[in-house]
Design a protein around this ligand. Structure first.
Ligand code: PMP
Length: 328
């Protein structure tokens, strides 16, 4: 019989699929790594598994302990999956811009969710960083993975995401494009790929975020961009950072579902916009791999809701038939 021993054993090993429609007119090959096919529905299953295993080994997470983490949802799902299997309690702290759908998913996995305002600086006692620190102090046996500084985040990508991409492209990858949130994906995957061959590593960042020279918020794409520099991010890994607007990100996210059959999240649309920009002048031997972190199911009330999109004026370009133009 062929089966996984537990759901945790299904993490990783995600496939690459060629993009065919949104890439029209490009000479190179653009492949998407579809991370929503992880059991928890996102790339974050990878770091969750690795961070918990390391904490158990180091003794910072003990039997019956509580995992407390500020997370925009995806890391929480990954942590909840592993925690469930091993009898840990989970308390997640997230900013209020995170969709209700995403919060409900965390609760469905049995986690507790604390919601904090987005529009306050990180040092404010109400910020989701401050609240999670306070909970760690107050709850006995609490352990905070801290995906922003945990070395096992980037390490999980160095050990799994990078090798999978290198093997699946048979070493033919020339460009790797991914969104930057904690920076774990680009740091670990990018470092591994660059050690194998001359791969150009490109980060995608929401306009306004620090990675592309902004001061922080506000932008609406979830899970990417920052208002501080996390230590999980090694700025020496990316060769280039491309800033993408909310409108471009969301319109491309909708095109991915309609034209490529990939119902993905807003940070995926953002990464694809950056990938297409990077691919513009490449030749037929170039192979661009763009990582798609999560599924569109958590954004049905936002990106895939015409009223929500229209309320920000994001549909103007789509209705005007200029969707393709946002890329230029
Ligand atoms: N997209 C989404 C939806 C995410 O949740 C995250 C993780 N914060 C990312 C992209 C970015 O990944 P990383 O934290 O590894 O930079």
């Amino acid at each position: 019989m062929r089966y996984a021993e537990t759901v945790v054993d299904l993490v990783g090993g995600t496939p690459l699929v060629k993009l065919n429609k949104v890439t029209e007119g490009l000479a190179c090959t653009v492949l998407a790594k579809v991370e929503y096919l992880n059991p928890g529905g996102s790339v974050k299953d990878r770091i969750a598994t690795r961070m918990i295993e390391a904490a158990e080994a180091e003794g910072s997470l003990k039997p019956g302990g509580t995992i407390v983490e500020p997370t925009s949802g995806n890391t929480g799902v990954g942590l909840a999956l592993v925690a469930q299997q091993r009898g840990y309690r989970c308390v997640f702290v997230c900013p209020d811009k995170v969709s209700v759908d995403k919060r409900n998913v965390l609760k469905a996995y049995g986690a507790e969710v604390v919601v904090c305002p987005t529009a306050v600086p990180p040092e404010d006692p109400q910020s989701y960083y401050s609240v999670s620190d306070r909970l760690v102090r107050e709850i006995e046996g609490a352990w905070k993975p801290d995906q922003y500084s945990n070395v096992h985040g980037p390490r999980s990508h160095y050990e799994t995401t990078g090798p999978e991409i290198w093997a699946d492209t048979e070493g033919k990858i020339t460009h790797f494009v991914t969104g930057v949130g904690t920076g774990g994906t680009i740091t670990g995957t990018g470092r591994y790929l660059k050690e194998q061959g001359p791969v150009r590593v490109i980060g995608a960042d929401p306009e306004g975020s620090v990675y592309s020279g902004g001061t922080g918020r506000p932008y609406l794409v979830e899970g990417v961009g920052e208002d501080f520099w996390p230590t999980a991010y090694d700025p020496s890994v990316p060769d280039e950072i491309i800033a993408v607007s909310d409108a471009e990100s969301f319109l491309m996210t909708r095109r991915m579902a309609r034209e490529e059959g990939l119902l993905v999240g807003g940070s995926c649309g953002m990464a694809v916009v950056a990938a297409l920009r990077a691919a513009k002048d490449l030749g037929p031997d170039d192979v661009v791999v763009v990582l798609l972190p999560d599924s569109g199911r958590g954004y049905l009330g936002k990106i895939f809701n015409d009223d929500w999109m229209a309320s920000y004026g994001f549909l103007d370009a789509e209705e005007g038939g200029t969707v393709g133009d946002v890329l230029r």
